[in-house]
Write a protein that binds this ligand. Structure first.
Ligand SMILES: Cc1cc2nc3c(=O)[nH]c(=O)nc-3n(C[C@H](O)[C@H](O)[C@H](O)COP(=O)(O)OP(=O)(O)OC[C@H]3O[C@@H](n4cnc5c(N)ncnc54)[C@H](O)[C@@H]3O)c2cc1C
Length: 286
């Protein structure tokens, strides 16, 4: 599409077709400061690598401003036991850099798609490890005060898929991790094992944004419930509950944000009916 609209299709891992009238890609803190000054009445939407978002609309007009941090300080520097990674760096590249330097602690995070900014916002995790397990501090830009602030791990209040950044307009700029020394070959072997495990369970063959819901309390995992309810493969439009993993919605072809939200509504109904609970969405609706 032309006319100054930016395609968001390659910027969201569901590959939902969508367009924004205003989408900025700051590469430096100075550019970020400019980007975070929206026009009056404009809503700002942060986007990292778009692996945990649902774009509910096809067109986002000038009332919306997407600020995409995929190019923001993408460098990764390893210094002794410390790794400093910019918000735009891929989490996968951070895991790889740590492994090559013989640093252990990130193996279980291997192959989680997305950026360091997104991982620090969501407290991404898998197989008992969370991103914040290794975090020493996070540098964030606060638009209201127009300042860069360094937050300690405690300041970030990490818990299961939540952090203090959620519900604020702070932008994560970089993260400092401290890891333990380990055996390089063993670390790489463990990453290989994790990678194979993930690929055997998750539908990497079709566009998705990973688990739709947070783990419910007092109920089995959502994927198990969907399987019990016979809903694996359930489809509305192009959005389908993955036939491989009942907790994940895939874009089986031409899915719109509306299709995805309609499948989520169905999953809600099933959860209510079977377990009288509605789990929290893990994905962010924009
Ligand atoms: C196949 C697949 C498997 C997945 N498996 C897992 C898994 O095992 N564990 C897991 O935890 N997640 C998983 N996910 C979800 C996703 O990978 C993570 O949530 C990831 O951390 C999102 O990073 P992102 O850069 O794509 O963030 P985005 O999706 O772009 O953004 C997510 C949220 O973070 C905010 N954000 C992003 N960058 C910044 C920034 N610099 N400053 C402030 N806010 C920011 C956005 O505003 C948004 O609210 C999976 C996704 C896919 C597609």
């Amino acid at each position: 599409m032309d006319d100054g609209w930016t395609s968001l299709t390659e910027l969201n891992s569901y590959r939902v077709e969508a367009y924004a009238a205003c989408c900025l890609f700051p590469a430096t803190v100075e550019e970020l400061r400019e980007a975070m000054r929206p026009a009056a009445g404009q809503a700002v939407h942060m986007l990292g690598h778009g692996c945990n978002v649902i774009l509910a609309s096809k067109y986002y007009d000038a009332r919306h401003r997407f600020v995409c941090t995929r190019r923001l300080e993408p460098g990764i520097v390893v210094d002794g036991r410390e790794v400093r990674a910019g918000a735009g760096a891929r989490l996968r590249d951070v895991c790889r850099a740590a492994a090559r330097a013989g640093l252990t602690g990130l193996e279980c995070l291997w192959d989680i798609p997305g950026s360091v900014g997104g991982a620090a916002f969501m407290n991404a995790g898998a197989y008992g490890t969370s991103f914040y397990d290794g975090v020493v501090s996070v540098e964030a830009y606060e638009p209201g005060a127009d300042r860069l602030r360094t937050l300690s791990r405690q300041d970030c209040r990490p818990a299961y898929r939540t952090t203090a950044f959620q519900g604020t307009d702070a932008v994560i700029v970089s993260v400092r991790l401290r890891l333990a020394p380990g055996d390089r070959a063993a670390i790489l072997a463990e990453m290989g094992r994790i990678g194979k495990l993930r690929r055997s369970k998750l539908p990497y063959d079709l566009p998705s944004a990973g688990s739709v819901f947070r783990r419910p309390e007092g109920a089995p995992p959502v994927g198990v419930i969907m399987e019990e309810a016979g809903l694996k493969g359930f489809r509305i439009g192009g959005a389908q509950i993955s036939p491989r993993h009942g907790g994940i919605i895939v874009n089986a072809g031409g899915a719109t944000g509306e299709d995805i939200l309609a499948v989520i509504t169905k999953m809600h109904e099933v959860m209510l009916c079977y377990y009288n609970t509605v789990p929290k969405l893990e994905q962010i609706i924009i």
